[in-house]
Design a protein around this ligand. Structure first.
Ligand code: ADP
Length: 573
């Protein structure tokens, strides 16, 4: 009946733990695990980073182009017109060059009047200028009219010629804009042109822009670009916003292999890794490409780190969760065991109360009827009644002590005591019972022990409990030994028997409240499981301890150790 209910409770507990906790927890772990795994497998993370990079490159290209157009358009606005005198043209071009360090040279072609080339004086030799004039004359002479035709059709009247040209110091990149002038002349071909200075592009124009892109990057919350970026970037990869970016410009034909000859780069480009993403530039910088990556790391490394982090967090969480479950399970089990012990205790105690009461009643009734005539018999009955009521008192005292201890209200009354006398007196009231039960009783009491401060009642109770146990748990060989002796600076009280003994792994548990061993004899003997826990409490309160030496089937020896110099105080334990 009891075990069935217990089984039910356990089943319910396991069911609750299983359905309400373990299952959701495991599902959560599993789903997260899958999720992280799938992100890793799909390379989603890197793909997302790359998409962001592409977007950034797109924005960067727009800016670069915008800037180049702006410069060129401004130049076109101040270009001399075909109607100006040669002198005016010269001086206007000269002024333009002075204001525009970014141009290597500019030219004005007029199919009637020829070509004027104006170059940066400090950088260009007369010979080079003459070369350029010859070149433009030939080129525009052949293609000028066609070019004008083409430019008329375009929304912006610009056409670009870009590429790398071999020079004395290796290839240099140049880009030239050719445009029609704002005031069109119908009778002849007139074209203007500006060429960006390759040194300026390399050393100033690109580096400045790249620096601007990489420093503003995703850092601030301001600006539309950042806002747009946030929309693009899923929250889970926020982390890389702290990563600084690096960018470079390099000849597009190097794109397939490593960009070995970058034209310009931002700070933080250490050249260790290839760009994560690159994009070919369009007019005005056709022939160049823009590359982007993280400073000092790669998208793959970040992705790996992120996945690793997720896995370890997941791992730690799982361990914590499982640990929590195990702890809960154990504590619930412990509570259940305690509840079981308590209910055992109640039924044991009720039995223990009932037996002496029944005996007392039986013998009292017999005496009352007056049928007993011999004095000897009467005496026997009286003594049974006395002993049974003593047993009752002892049991009730145990229970009262126990409840005081549990409530933290147990008080000890320490007094100078001749402990040898105390032990002998206590044993005296049991001597008859011991011998009646057929026990061989061996007593060794050292009477020279100095007096100690103890609570007499408590020590007597501890002894009585130990003696009672020895009597209760002996079957074949009935022997009881009590020794009191001095051992260096402690005194020892030993109670030994040759009874059923206690299994090694139960020896530490018998001092716990309510605990009773699994031995069948114990099962059939009444007991509350409180005795030894009281003994331990009492000895500890005296600054001592209790130990057991025992072997199953061979008997047990309980050793109470008390210090000779007592704590000496009276107080709550
Ligand atoms: P109780 O005797 O009322 O069951 P105790 O706390 O005195 O409770 O003892 C706890 C358990 O320790 C006993 O149930 C018994 O299993 C074991 N035990 C105690 N003393 C002895 C002994 N002398 N020999 C064998 N087993 C013992």
């Amino acid at each position: 009946m009891k075990s069935k209910r217990e089984g039910n409770t356990r089943f319910r507990l396991v069911l609750t733990l299983g359905l309400a906790v373990v299952l959701p927890a495991l599902t959560l772990i599993y789903v997260n695990f899958k999720h992280v795994k799938s992100i890793q497998r799909d390379k989603k993370f890197e793909a997302l980073l790359h998409r962001d990079f592409q977007y950034l490159l797109y924005i960067a290209q727009k800016k670069i182009n915008g800037k180049a157009y702006e410069i060129t358009e401004q130049a076109r606005d101040v270009f001399p017109s075909a109607e100006d005198s040669d002198k005016d043209k010269k001086s206007k071009l000269e002024q333009l060059m002075a204001k525009s360090p970014w141009f290597g040279h500019v030219f004005l072609f007029d199919s009637k009047k020829g070509v004027i080339v104006q170059a940066q004086k400090d950088r260009t030799s007369d010979h080079e200028i003459a070369e350029l004039e010859r070149m433009y004359k030939g080129w525009m002479g052949m293609e000028g009219a066609f070019l004008v035709e083409q430019l008329r059709k375009k929304p912006k009247p610009f056409t670009w010629y870009s590429g790398e040209f071999g020079g004395p110091n290796g290839p240099t990149y140049q880009t030239t804009a050719i445009f029609t002038l704002p005031k069109l002349t119908s009778d002849r071909t007139v074209l203007g042109g500006v060429t960006f200075d390759s040194k300026y592009l390399k050393e100033t124009f690109f580096p400045q822009l790249l620096e601007e892109f990489t420093s503003q990057k995703f850092s601030g919350d301001q600006g539309q670009r950042v806002a747009q970026f946030h929309e693009l970037a899923p929250r889970e990869i926020d982390e890389h916003q702290e990563q600084r970016l690096a960018m470079l410009v390099f000849p597009a034909d190097a794109m397939k292999s490593e960009p070995e000859r970058p034209l310009a780069m931002s700070t933080g480009w250490n050249g260790e890794n290839k760009p994560e993403v690159s994009q070919k530039l369009d007019d005005p910088f056709r022939g160049l490409a823009l590359g982007i990556k993280f400073q000092g790391t790669t998208a793959q490394a970040i992705a790996n780190r992120w996945v690793m982090q997720s896995f370890s967090i997941l791992g730690v969480l799982s361990v914590l969760m499982i640990g929590g479950l195990v702890l809960t399970y154990r504590s619930v089990n412990k509570q259940m065991a305690l509840a079981r012990l308590k209910s055992d205790f109640v039924s044991n105690v009720s039995h223990e109360l009932r037996t002496p009461l029944a005996l007392i009643r039986l013998y009292a009734e017999t005496l009352e009827l007056g049928r007993i005539t011999t004095e000897l018999k009467k005496h026997e009955y009286y003594s049974i009644i006395r002993k049974e009521s003593e047993r009752l008192t002892a049991l009730i005292n145990n229970i009262l002590d126990f409840s005081r201890i549990e409530a933290g209200r147990k008080e000890y009354d320490f007094r100078e005591t001749d402990i040898a006398e105390l032990v002998r007196n206590t044993l005296d009231s049991y001597r008859y019972q011991i011998e009646q039960q057929g026990f061989v009783f061996e007593e060794q009491i050292d009477t020279s022990i100095p007096s100690v401060r103890v609570d007499r009642e408590a020590i007597a109770r501890a002894l009585v409990n130990l003696v009672n146990n020895a009597l209760k748990y002996s079957d074949n060989e009935k022997f009881l030994g009590v020794r009191l002796y001095r051992d260096d600076r402690v005194l020892k009280l030993e109670v030994s028997d040759r009874g059923i003994g206690i299994d090694r792994n139960e020896q530490s548990r018998i001092f716990e409240k309510f605990y009773r061993t699994g031995d069948p004899l114990v099962h059939n003997t009444k007991g509350s499981g409180l005795g030894l826990s009281l003994v331990r409490h009492i000895t500890k309160a005296h600054g001592g301890d209790v130990e057991v030496e025992s072997a199953p089937g061979r008997g047990s020896k309980f050793i109470v150790t008390l210090p000779l110099t007592q704590p000496g105080t009276t107080g709550a334990a």
